[in-house]
Design a protein around this ligand. Structure first.
Ligand code: ATP
Ligand code: MG
Length: 445
C-alpha cells in the first residue's frame, strides 16, 4: 500500500508557501481598502444548502462529495463553492436586518469538487471570493469586478480579459428560455445527455456545453440581447458605463451563461489569454443572483453579486506571464553554535534576538563551522554570530556583518543593541534626508 495524496489534491510544501502568503496578504489589503469583511463558513454544510430544487449545474449534479455517517439520516456535503454557505449564513444570522446594507463579504478557503483532474482543475482547490448581499445596483456589479481586476493588476497580470454578458431579469430570461427551447426542439434528441437534462431544467445552460459546442444548431442560437426588456438593457448599460469610467477593458460575450441557475442580469468571467495558460483559462467568474436569500428563508428581493477566483489557476496565470511571487527565504541573524557547551548561551541569545523581532536561527546538529557558514549563505543571513566554548569565559561573541564583512566583539548582553545598530544603519543608508521613504532624489543627482 502506498500513502499518497488523493488524486486531484496536493500538498503545499514549505518551500512554496511564501507565494500563498503573498496572495493572502494582498487579498487582505484589497478587501480592506474596498471595505469588505471576511466571513468563514463551515467546510461542510447540509446537502440541501448546495442542492437546491432542480438545479441543473454539473457542480451540483455530478461533482459533489456527499456523505452520510452511519446511524445518521443527515446528508452532508463538502462545500464545492462559497456563495451558498455565505447566503445561508446571511439569512441564519439575519444580516438582512443590519442597518448598513449591503453586506460586503469575502472568503478564502478550500472547495471540493469531484472532477477529472488536469492542469488548473483539481478536486480540492482554493478560492478567494466576494459576495455583496442586500442591495441591487449596477455600481456594485462594477465595484466587485473592479476589486478583482485591481487585485490581479496589482500582481502584475496583463494578459487578462473581462468577458461579460447579461441574462436580464426574470421576465427577459423567461422569454429567452422559450426561444431557446423552440430553437433546440428538433435537435435535442441528438444532443448529449447533459443537454437533454438542461433542455428541461434550464435551456440557457445548453450554451455552456463543451460536448455539443460545435454542432450546427449551436452556431445560430437566438441572442439574449434580443429578448431583454428595457429595464434589463438599462441595467446592463449602466454596468458597462461603470467599467468604462474605471478604464476596465471588457468584451461583451453574448454566449456567456455561467453555472448557477440563480444568476440574473450581469454574469462575467475574467480569463487569461496567455498562450501558456492551457485550457483552464478562467481565473475568476461570477454574477448577480436573485432568489438565494429567499431560498434560505430570508426576505424577498435581496439581491446579491459575487465572484470566485481559483487561486491555483491564478498562480498558473502568474507563471504563464513569468511573474514570480516568491520572496527570498532569508534570515536576519544566524547564530553559529561552535561547541555543545555553548548551546545554552546560544539558546539565550537566539531567544533574545527573536524577542526583539529578528528572524533568527541556529544549528541543532553540532555541525562544523564550515557547514554552519554554508547555511548562513544559503539562508542569506545578514548577520552571523559565532559562539564557542572560549566565548563563554569572555562573555562576548564575534558578530559579523555578512555584507560588509566587518567583525566586532560584542558582550552577550549587548548583542541585541549591536544588531539594532547594524539594522538601523542599513536603513539609514537607504533613507534620503528629504524624508520620503522611497525617494528618487539620490538617483536624480
Ligand atoms: P469551469 O468552467 O472551469 O469548471 P466553473 O464555472 O465550475 O469553472 P466556478 O464555480 O465559477 O467555476 O468557480 C470560480 C473559479 O474557481 C473558476 O473560474 C476557477 O478559477 C476556479 N475553479 C473552479 N473549479 C476548479 C477546479 N476544479 N480546480 C481549480 N480551480 C477551479
Ligand atoms: Mg466547473
Amino acid at each position: 500500500m502506498s500513502y499518497q495524496v488523493p488524486r486531484g489534491t496536493q500538498d503545499i510544501l514549505p518551500n512554496e508557501i511564501s507565494k500563498w502568503h503573498r496572495l493572502e496578504e494582498l487579498i487582505r489589503q484589497f478587501t480592506y481598502v474596498y471595505n469588505y469583511q471576511e466571513i468563514r463558513t463551515p467546510i461542510f454544510e447540509h446537502t440541501n444548502v448546495f442542492k437546491r430544487g432542480n438545479d441543473s449545474s454539473d457542480m451540483v449534479n455530478k461533482e459533489m462529495y456527499t456523505f452520510q455517517l452511519e446511524n445518521s439520516s443527515t446528508s452532508l456535503t463538502l462545500r464545492p463553492e462559497g456563495t451558498a454557505g455565505v447566503a445561508r449564513a446571511f439569512v441564519e444570522h439575519k444580516m438582512y436586518g443590519y442597518a448598513d446594507l449591503p453586506m460586503k463579504m469575502y472568503y478564502v478557503g478550500p472547495q471540493c469538487r469531484h472532477e477529472r483532474p488536469q492542469k488548473g482543475r483539481m478536486r480540492i482547490f482554493n478560492q478567494f471570493g466576494v459576495e455583496v448581499i442586500g442591495a441591487k445596483s449596477p455600481l456594485l456589479d462594477v465595484e466587485t469586478i473592479a476589486l478583482g481586476w485591481s487585485f490581479i493588476s496589482a500582481l502584475g497580470l496583463k494578459d487578462m480579459k473581462v468577458l461579460i454578458n447579461t441574462l436580464g431579469d426574470d421576465a427577459s430570461r423567461a422569454a429567452y428560455r422559450e426561444a431557446l427551447k423552440e430553437h433546440f426542439k428538433n435537435d435535442i434528441d441528438h444532443m448529449c445527455t447533459d443537454c437533454k437534462r438542461r433542455y428541461e431544467q434550464n435551456p440557457l445552460r445548453i450554451l455552456d456545453c463543451k460536448i455539443d459546442h460545435d454542432l450546427d444548431v449551436m452556431k445560430q442560437v437566438p441572442k439574449m440581447a434580443d429578448y431583454l426588456n428595457e429595464e434589463s438593457k438599462t441595467y446592463f448599460e449602466q454596468v458597462l458605463e461603470g467599467l468604462d469610467a474605471l478604464g476596465i477593458p471588457y468584451e461583451v460575450d453574448d454566449k456567456l451563461v455561467r453555472g448557477l441557475d440563480y444568476y440574473t442580469h450581469t454574469v462575467f468571467e475574467v480569463v487569461s489569454v496567455n498562450k501558456e495558460m492551457g485550457a483552464q483559462s478562467t481565473v475568476f467568474a461570477g454574477g448577480r443572483y436573485d432568489g438565494l436569500v429567499e431560498y434560505f428563508g430570508g426576505p424577498e428581493g435581496m439581491s446579491g453579486i459575487g465572484w470566485a477566483m481559483g487561486l491555483e489557476r491564478l498562480l498558473i496565470a502568474l507563471e504563464a506571464e513569468g511573474i514570480s511571487l516568491v520572496d527570498e527565504d532569508s534570515l536576519d541573524v544566524y547564530v553559529l553554535c561552535l561547541s555543545p557547551k555553548a548551546s545554552t548561551t546560544v539558546l539565550q541569545v537566539v531567544t533574545q534576538l527573536r524577542a526583539a523581532g529578528y528572524r533568527t536561527d541556529t544549528d541543532y546538529l553540532n555541525r562544523s563551522m564550515k557547514a554552519q557558514f554554508k547555511t548562513v549563505d544559503r539562508k542569506h543571513a545578514k548577520v552571523a554570530i559565532m559562539i564557542g566554548e572560549q566565548d563563554l569565559e569572555s562573555g562576548s561573541a564575534a558578530v559579523k556583518n555578512i555584507e560588509t564583512k566587518e567583525k566586532t566583539e560584542v558582550a552577550f548582553d549587548s548583542i541585541v543593541e549591536a544588531i539594532d545598530a547594524m539594522f538601523g544603519e542599513a536603513e539609514e543608508e537607504h533613507t534620503c534626508t528629504c524624508g520620503e521613504e522611497h525617494c528618487t532624489c539620490q538617483k536624480e543627482q
